[in-house]
Design a binder for this molecule. Structure first.
Ligand SMILES: Nc1ncnc2c1ncn2[C@@H]1O[C@H](COP(=O)(O)OP(=O)(O)OP(=O)(O)O)[C@@H](O)[C@H]1O
Ligand SMILES: [Mg+2]
Length: 355
């Protein structure tokens, strides 16, 4: 279906050869090479519906980029079926390319030596975008991503943040119904990150663009997505709403940040803080300047805190939901506690013969 992504029982195995050292090693490798199989993806099934923004989370090496490359048609899966917009990325690759936008940090749509606008015009031709549609779209991305001062500069002269904004514009010129983003805000300052997030939200609302975004920046995921898919060691370990993720994996109930008036007030509150910790099963997480953060394991009455801490020294008190960082750490931690099964994608040593 237009705007959807469907992965069904996808596995991707990489065969990596060892290289023996020295001349004798080269000779031996000719006859018998040792290799191992990395199961980058192990039978994953995910469906993203039209208009959804889904955050794709997972530790380094868990299989996020591999998944996106398979959907983009850059990699062929070892097993399973994949569709985007109801199209097969290989059998219908031309049509597929016209309906998908892909942003990978290390892959550029822009020519290094050409002014940005020239690359945009080139993409207009590649995607056969009608002139009027192109002009309208260009105006839109230039305004939203503040590209005007950059359009006539060669790409090599742009900073990382400037280039990323241009790359994002480039993948959106043909208004693809499906957008794949791999770490779109890596290395960017907070202002640019916010700009990119707002823009993605905007195009999602306006065109119902389906967005699958892999990121380690949990603020990105929280700011953009309603649904998250978590992958670990090539397997999907969670697929659901952010609320469900919090509910299932929160290592604590709430965080309370107590802002004190001055150091003296914190000092005065030491004893009471300890009492609070004992009575509410709270854990003191950090002291940052004049703020103390405690996490609470169970439900509590705000009154009990106000009664415990002397109010004259307290400037403000903020109750927060568990931080997404803490929730995700907890999900990875629990995974690590589960012993690896023989089919886990660690390393399966095998031998092959070239003769
Ligand atoms: N071309 C390749 N050849 C061999 N192994 C590969 C190849 N590409 C990826 N892998 C392996 O597949 C696994 C998954 O890699 P992938 O790049 O998908 O992880 P990721 O979740 O995107 O990680 P990161 O957060 O670091 O970007 C890793 O173990 C990686 O070493
Ligand atoms: Mg990656």
């Amino acid at each position: 279906m237009y705007g959807s992504i469907r992965l069904s029982k996808i596995s991707k195995h990489f065969k990596t050869f060892f290289r023996r050292q020295g001349l004798a090693g080269v000779f031996l490798d000719l006859f018998r090479r040792e290799y191992h199989i990395v199961k980058a993806l192990d039978n994953i099934s995910v469906t993203v519906n039209p208009g959804e923004i889904v955050g794709y989370l997972g530790p380094n090496g868990s299989g996020k980029s591999t998944t996106l490359k398979i959907i983009a048609g850059i990699l062929l899966p070892t097993k399973g079926q994949v569709e985007a917009n109801g199209l097969n990325p290989w059998a219908q690759h031309q049509e597929h390319n016209h309906h998908i936008g892909v942003l990978f940090g290390h892959r550029s749509q822009l020519s290094w030596n050409l002014p940005v606008i020239e690359s945009f015009r080139f993409l207009k031709e590649i995607y056969s975008i009608p002139e009027r549609q192109y002009q309208g779209r260009l105006e839109e991305v230039v305004e939203a991503l503040e590209l005007e001062p950059l359009l006539h500069l060669p790409v090599r002269e742009l900073s990382l943040g400037q280039r990323t904004r241009c790359e994002l514009a480039a993948v959106l010129l043909h208004n693809p119904p499906v957008l794949l983003l791999d770490e779109p805000t890596i290395g960017l300052d907070i202002e640019v990150k916010l700009k990119i997030r707002a823009f993605l939200k905007e195009i999602n609302a306006k065109y119902r663009t389906t967005i699958l975004v892999a990121s380690h920046d949990l603020q990105d995921v929280e700011g953009l997505a309603d649904r998250v898919v978590v992958i670990d060691k090539g397997r999907i370990i969670f697929d659901g709403s952010l609320e469900k993720l919090r509910l299932d994996y929160s290592p604590y109930f709430k965080r309370i940040v107590l802002h004190f008036k001055d150091e003296e007030a914190i000092f005065q509150a030491q004893h009471q803080l300890r009492r609070l910790e004992i009575s509410l099963q709270a854990t003191r997480q950090s002291i940052d300047g004049l703020s103390v953060t405690v996490t609470l394991k169970q439900e509590f009455k705000i009154q009990s805190i106000l009664e415990t801490i002397p109010q004259e020294g307290l400037k403000d008190l903020v109750v927060e939901d568990p931080r997404i960082e803490d929730v995700v750490l907890e999900i990875y931690r629990r995974q690590d506690e589960i012993p690896l099964l023989p089919s886990d994608p660690v390393v399966k040593l095998e031998r092959s013969s070239n003769v």
